[in-house]
Design a protein around this ligand. Structure first.
Ligand code: NIG
Ligand code: FE
Length: 412
């Protein structure tokens, strides 16, 4: 099946990630462009005047709209049960996220709800969230466990992700985040909890059933220390799970330096990152995943994005969608927040949510770029260029979504 998208007002030719911060603001664009897709892959793109019409093809008229790669949300906690609006109000009244966690609120509240939900319930709750993400142009989503905090409940979350994969069309990637916080039953013995979740039988099962590709840890004063986090990530590595970290979010305890030391594929959050952390990540080639919707939702300072861009770190942006610190499921809105609050340009945020987000989940060879051979995950927007897309902040502007060359949102 051959598809021709013609009458493209602006095609943003995002190259394959990872792309260093200093190169993120200049990306080629082609006006009056066309793309040819065959068997789910991009086989040709360029100026419409150079196009050799394929013999038989299905034509999609972009009507002068902008075409970009499908968006990738590379850090989410989209599988959750229950909500926490009470905490939202408490924060508005002056309590901090950390204070609420210390008083027994926060993640632990979501844990109670998770433990009493069945896998079927989780799927039912998550499916409409994923459908809305797809409507907004997100074609690949990473989802973490981390609200179960028992072996069975953590695996239940990952099984929900696996079963959701089969329901397509959104592509899902699982991450094992059993080390999200110490559960109530183990408050004074975090090491004993780590013994459980790092047990050989558990990690072997995660690997054999392909439940996750990455292992994440919340490395923070109120969660796991540097040495505990190192233990988690080094152990998981032996089972083929590549390291990721929730790093430098609230307090600076050296988590981004650890990210470099363990060769993390990404370190995420980074609100309090310092020069040493930036240098360590640069040496290791880790992607800096920034979560501007989280800081916006909590009403706290944003990560120093420009410093990381200037240091040439590949910067990605994700929603961190979760019921506590970022009840914001819209990646396009999150990108708008990155523009106005982190002073990133529309081109930089587009690269951050495509090529570099793909690199943060090891998908750079299949998605996130406009290149011959890449999977045809494409968006047609109802705006003439990507600057206008970000400028009309928060307005849904996706007219059509193609996933592997198939129309999954909108009509041709
Ligand atoms: O990425 N920081 C830790 N974990 C999540 C929040 C989880 C929650 O509050 O439920 C985050 O912000
Ligand atoms: Fe998170």
């Amino acid at each position: 099946m051959t598809i021709l998208i013609q009458n493209i007002g602006e095609l943003v030719v995002v190259p394959r990630g990872p792309i260093g911060g200093r190169s993120m603001h200049t990306v080629n664009t082609i006006t009056k462009a066309a793309i040819v897709v065959q068997d789910g892959r991009i086989t040709w793109f360029g100026q419409a005047c150079d196009l050799q019409y394929p013999d038989e093809c299905h034509i999609i008229d972009a009507r002068g709209g902008c075409v970009i790669p499908g968006l990738i949300d590379c850090h989410t906690h989209s599988v959750f049960a229950g909500t926490r609006e009470g905490e939202f109000v408490k924060r508005l009244e002056g309590k901090s996220y950390a204070q609420i966690a210390e008083e027994g609120g926060g993640i632990r509240v979501s844990v109670e709800a998770m433990r009493s939900a069945s896998c079927e319930t989780l799927i039912e709750l998550t499916l409409p969230r994923l459908r809305r993400m797809l409507q907004g142009g997100v074609t690949t989503v990473e989802i973490k466990s981390g609200y179960g905090l028992t072996v069975d409940d953590e695996l239940k979350m990952l099984q929900a992700v696996s079963q959701l994969k089969a329901l397509k069309p959104i592509e899902l990637v699982g991450t094992y985040l059993a080390a999200h916080t110490t559960p109530r039953e183990f408050v004074d013995q975090p090491e004993a909890y780590l013994d459980l979740i790092l047990d050989d039988a558990v990690l072997s099962r995660v690997r054999e059933e392909k439940l996750a590709e990455f292992c994440d840890v919340f490395c923070e004063r109120t969660a796991f220390s540097i040495e505990q986090s190192r233990r988690v990530l080094e152990t998981a590595k032996r089972y083929g799970l590549r390291p990721k970290l929730h790093a430098d979010q609230i307090t600076q305890i050296g988590a981004s330096v650890l990210a470099g030391e363990v060769g993390a594929i990404s370190a995420d959050h980074l609100e309090t990152i310092h020069d040493e952390g930036i240098a360590a990540m640069a040496r290791a080639g880790s992607v800096a995943v920034l979560l501007p919707a989280c800081s916006f939702f909590l009403g706290v300072d944003q990560a120093p994005a420009r410093r990381m861009l200037e240091a040439d770190l590949p910067v990605a942006i994700a929603t961190d969608f979760n019921p506590g610190s970022s009840m914001i499921e819209s990646l396009p809105l999150t990108l708008g927040i990155a523009c106005t609050q982190m002073k990133m340009t529309p081109t930089e945020v587009l690269v951050a949510a495509t090529a570099n987000a793909a690199a943060a989940i090891d998908r750079q060879d299949s998605v996130g770029a406009i290149e011959v051979g890449m999977q045809a995950d494409l968006l047609i927007l109802d705006v003439p260029n990507h600057h206008r897309w970000m400028y009309e902040l928060g307005r849904p502007s996706v007219r059509l979504v193609l996933k592997k060359g198939k129309i999954v949102v909108g009509e041709a």
